[in-house]
Every structure is written in C-alpha cells, then in structure tokens.
Design a protein around this ligand. Structure first.
Ligand SMILES: *[C@@H]1O[C@H](CO)[C@@H](O)[C@H](O)[C@H]1NC(C)=O
Ligand SMILES: *[C@@H]1O[C@H](CO)[C@@H](O)[C@H](O)[C@H]1NC(C)=O
Length: 537
C-alpha cells in the first residue's frame, strides 16, 4: 500500500476511535448521581433500651440444623426467644396480626393492615436462627457468642451480622412509629421471620410463602438481607466514601458430582493408557481449564457500574457508564475481561458461573489403585442461568477429556437457578434509596453528597427465593449496617467474633422507620422485575 493509502487508513481509524470515545464520553455525562434528598431527622426513641432488647435477643442460642426436629436444635431457646420478642415489642403485637407458621409454629408472619386494601402489600423478610459456633473455637471469642455483650463500641455475638439485627431493628422501627402516632400505613406491610434460613428455609420461609400463595397474596416488593453499607467504599471504583449496596439478584446454587470409574489393581503396575483414577482426574481438570465457563457482564452488575460511574475517578467514568453491551459491545467485553482476570475473586464471581472443587474422594489403601473417584463441585450460576446448564458444561468437559465412562450427578435437593433481576429504575429501589440517603450520615467532609446507593449481586442464597414467585416488584436485599472490608468484617459473617457497631443499630432503626413510612404509602408500581439479560441472550 502506498504511503498515501496508509495515511488514509490511519486517518479513518483515528476518526473512528475518536468518534467512539466521543460517544462513550457523551453517554457517561448523561449518567449523573441522583440528587441528594433533604436529610430527615429520626423520630425520638430511647437508644439504650432499644439496644438492650436487641442484646437480649442475641442471648438465645437459636441454632438451626437440617438434622434436628423442625430444624431447631434447642426448642427451649427458640420458645424463650419468641416470648422475648412478644414482650419486648408489645405495641407491635397489639397492632399487627401475628401468625405462628412453619414447623413447630416457630416462624412468624406479622401483618400491619393498610388503610387501602386495594394496594398489594410490601413484605420484609428476616430470620432469627443462627449458624453454630465451630466446635473448638469458643475460646477465641473475645466475648461469648451468646453473650450479647456491649464492649468497645460493639455489640458481640452470633446473629449480630446474620441477622437478628434486622429482626430487632424492624420491630423497634415499627414500635417507634406507633409510639409517634403513626398507627396505620396506607399500603399493608408484612414481616416474615424464619426459624431455619441457615439450612435452606424449607420448614419456615417455604411454608410461609406457600401460605401467602394459598391466600392469593401478590407482593408489591420484598425487602430481605444480602447487602449493607461498605464503610470503606468499593475499590477501585469509589475510594473516598462509603457505599450502600442493595442486592438486586442472587446467584443460583448447586452441587455437581462427577463419578469416575477404573478397573483398579495393584499400585506397582499402574495402567499406561491413562485409565487410572489419578490420571482421569488430571484429564478432567485439563478439560475444565481448556473449556471454561463463559464470561458475561450483565445486569445487575452493569446497573452497579452505571450507578457507580458518577462517583468514580474521571477516567473510569466513560467505561462504567457504558458497561451494558447494548451501549458498547467493546466496553462490555473489556470490563468483563478485567472483572474475570485482572481485579479480584469477588469481581470474577460476578461475571461467571463459578465451579469450585469442594471434595475429592478416592482410594482405600496406599498400595491399591482406586476403582472409583468422586469429585464434588460447588456451583454458583448467574441470574438467568440454571444448574442444568452447568451439568451440560461438565458433560462437554468429560467428552473433551474422553472420559466416556464417567457419570455426572446433580444434587437436586439443593439446586436452584439464578434469580430474576430487580429493576434499578423501579419504584421499590428508588424508595429504598431515598430512605437510605435521607437518613444515613453524609460522607465525612462532603455535606452536600448523600451516600451512593448501588445495585449489586448477592453471591449467597437467602430466604427470598421462596417468596420470589409472589413478588411483582422484585426483591431488594439490604440491611442498614456498616461493614468495613479493610478491617476484615466480611470474615466475621458466620465466623468468630461476629459483632456490629452499636451505633449502627440506632441508625438501622431510623432507616427502617423511614423505609416503613415510604413503602407503606401509596406509590405506583411502574418498573418492577426484569428478565435477566442472560435469559434473553
Ligand atoms: C418447599 O416445600 C415443598 C413441599 O414440601 C417442596 O416440594 C419444595 O421443594 C420446597 N422448596 C424449597 C425451595 O425448599
Ligand atoms: C476501615 O478499617 C480500616 C482498618 O482497620 C481503618 O483504617 C478505616 O478507618 C476503616 N474505615 C472506616 C470508614 O471506618
């Protein structure tokens, strides 16, 4: 090609790149942080007494277990705790209809009837069962796991983060509203508290959801656990202020087992055709490395990036604002690659179905070739993906590895698909954002900025999946408390020394009081839930 030809090509290419960058920048300028609402003052209440009621709730060891009758390991503790709730929040029990549901009557459904019965209710979910303390670690707790101690500015114990906190804060918030003369919402509000969420909710939330379904109840929105305020921001996108993450979807869950078979025999003469279990395992992992699950950056992660963009460093903004493939295919792929390969294990899990080995079982003696090997994979699928797709993926890997004798089994009892995605432009999300931004303290040194409220994807599973078929306005997963990632707070969930800043309880009561007021008003339901992009693609 002549020099002039080359010059023309270079000019056109530069022009195209310039045009593209121009479009990206223009789009990013259109994405603005929502205007900060005026701060709302919290109604007066006795913080110390409220905290004492929460701390007492923590002293009941309401550990759930799949093996225990009714999924409750300590029935006396559970009954004592239920009595404590009824006695501590008398106004709630007098005002609302309280139903005992689920196995043993251990779960609770509270209904605060609204003045306009034509409006569908909003449901608040939480649970008062907790996970056990790992045997042998009791001595490592600075304060007993069922002490409810108040020390060093923290409340200590199982259930502070997961999640008696929200049971107590919701009941306290309703009590505060009632005491202040707010006696009835316009829209009906319901509270469903489960007693076996930590073991799947099969005898609690599942039963409650089916009771509501049998009554023909449709829900305008559901608020559950799953997100929090990240005190130290969201690196590398927001570094100078806390962000409130609201779970708009959760990943699906399943366990897939691959059973490998081999003739076995004496270990002194291993086969030379690769048919021994060890080599089969190696072939399986080689195939899984060659053929990985696809990378897919879609909602709610694209909604998250879009919402983060106004708060991000200027050079990042055009990328984040155009994360959705419908805006820019190229940016979507670049960000997907960065999330999967460059940033961290958290971001990688947001853009792919993860397949993690959790058990490798083979062999009976040191000098015997195993005749069977079982590999168990814990699988988390993206919204819109099903466990069946992962089984197919595994079957393709086995064909690639030429392991025709192997068998793939899905553990059906604990398999569920990725959830639907709640819309970030729907009213329920906007109302929750408004409440958080009105009440949560402004970032230090930035009095004109409300904290960013950001859509998010939850990696673990919650009770909300039982209610998902009933909810027309989607599911929001958020608890108004702060977790500090740098300080290692995420490791406290289900861990040793679970604790929460005492002042967060006060803030949570204030946020919930506002959320109850807003959700209990007459708001329109435009928006709601979207089909995940994955299901459409
Ligand atoms: C809920 O209960 C029904 C009936 O017992 C059962 O078929 C279903 O699998 C349960 N669902 C979940 C998610 O536990
Ligand atoms: C988070 O924890 C780190 C390490 O303990 C600390 O330096 C930082 O100030 C904390 N951030 C907030 C907002 O509390």
């Amino acid at each position: 090609m002549s020099a002039r030809g080359l010059g023309t090509v270079a000019f056109v290419a530069l022009f195209a790149v310039g045009l593209q960058v121009g479009i990206l920048v223009k789009h990013s300028l259109q994405v603005k942080a929502p205007e900060a609402p005026e701060p709302v003052t919290c109604p007066n209440f006795d913080h110390g007494a409220a905290l004492d009621r929460f701390r007492r709730l923590l002293t009941f060891p309401t550990v759930s277990s799949k093996e225990a009758p009714d999924h409750a390991t300590d029935h006396e503790a559970l009954r004592g705790m239920l009595e404590h709730l009824e006695q501590s929040y008398p106004a709630v029990w007098q005002t609302m209809t309280v139903e005992e549901v689920g196995a043993g009557g251990y779960s609770r459904l509270l209904t605060w009837r609204g003045s306009d019965p034509s409006l569908d209710p909003v449901l608040f979910i939480s649970h008062y069962d907790v996970v056990p303390v790992t045997p042998g670690t009791e001595g490592e707790w600075k304060h007993g796991p069922f002490s409810g101690d108040l020390a060093d500015g923290y409340v200590w114990g199982r259930g502070t983060i997961d999640i008696k906190f929200s049971v107590a804060a919701l009941l306290e918030a309703a009590s505060v509203l009632l005491a202040g003369g707010y006696t009835q919402p316009t829209r009906t509000l319901m509270f469903a508290f489960g007693h076996d969420e930590e073991v799947g909710g099969g005898l609690g939330a599942n039963v409650t959801a089916r009771l509501l379904a049998s009554r023909g109840v449709r829900l305008a929105a559901v608020l559950d656990e799953g997100g929090a305020v990240l005190a130290d921001g969201m690196r590398p996108f927001v570094t100078d202020m806390p962000v409130a993450l609201v779970g708009m979807a959760e990943k699906g869950y399943s366990v897939v087992r691959v059973v490998l078979r081999s003739p076995g025999g004496h270990a002194s003469m291993p086969p030379i055709d690769g048919s021994d279990i060890g080599t089969q395992v190696w072939r399986l992992y080689s195939a899984l490395l060659l053929q990985q699950t696809p990378t897919q950056l879609a909602a709610p992660v694209t909604d998250m990036l879009r919402a983060l963009s106004p708060y991000a460093p200027p050079l990042m903004r055009p990328l984040l604002a155009n994360a959705d493939a419908r805006q820019s295919w190229l940016v979507n792929r670049l960000l997907g690659f960065a999330f999967r390969r460059l940033l961290s294990r958290d971001t990688a899990a947001m853009v792919t179905d993860t397949i993690a080995t959790t058990r490798l079982i083979a062999g009976v003696a040191d000098n015997v070739l195993p005749q069977e090997g079982v590999v168990s994979f814990n699988v988390r699928v993206l919204p819109g993906h099903t466990p069946g797709q992962v089984v197919e993926h595994m079957q393709r890997a086995l064909r690639l590895a030429r392991l025709s004798g192997a068998e793939v089994k899905l553990v059906e009892a604990t398999a569920w698909a990725g959830s639907d995605v709640t819309s970030a432009s729907g009213r329920p999300f906007q109302l929750l954002r408004q409440a958080i931004q009105e009440v949560w303290p402004r970032p230090a040194g930035q009095p004109d900025t409300a904290i960013p409220v950001i859509p998010y994807m939850v990696g673990g599973g919650t009770d909300s999946k039982h209610y998902a078929p009933l909810s027309d306005g989607g599911i929001l997963r958020f608890i108004p408390f702060g977790l500090n990632k740098t300080a290692g707070d995420l490791g406290l969930i289900h861990g040793t020394n679970e604790r929460i800043p005492a002042d967060d309880f006060r803030k949570a009561v204030c946020v919930y009081a506002r959320v109850l007021e807003l959700m209990g008003s007459d708001w329109s339901e435009a928006g709601g839930k979207e089909k995940p992009a994955a299901a459409v693609a």
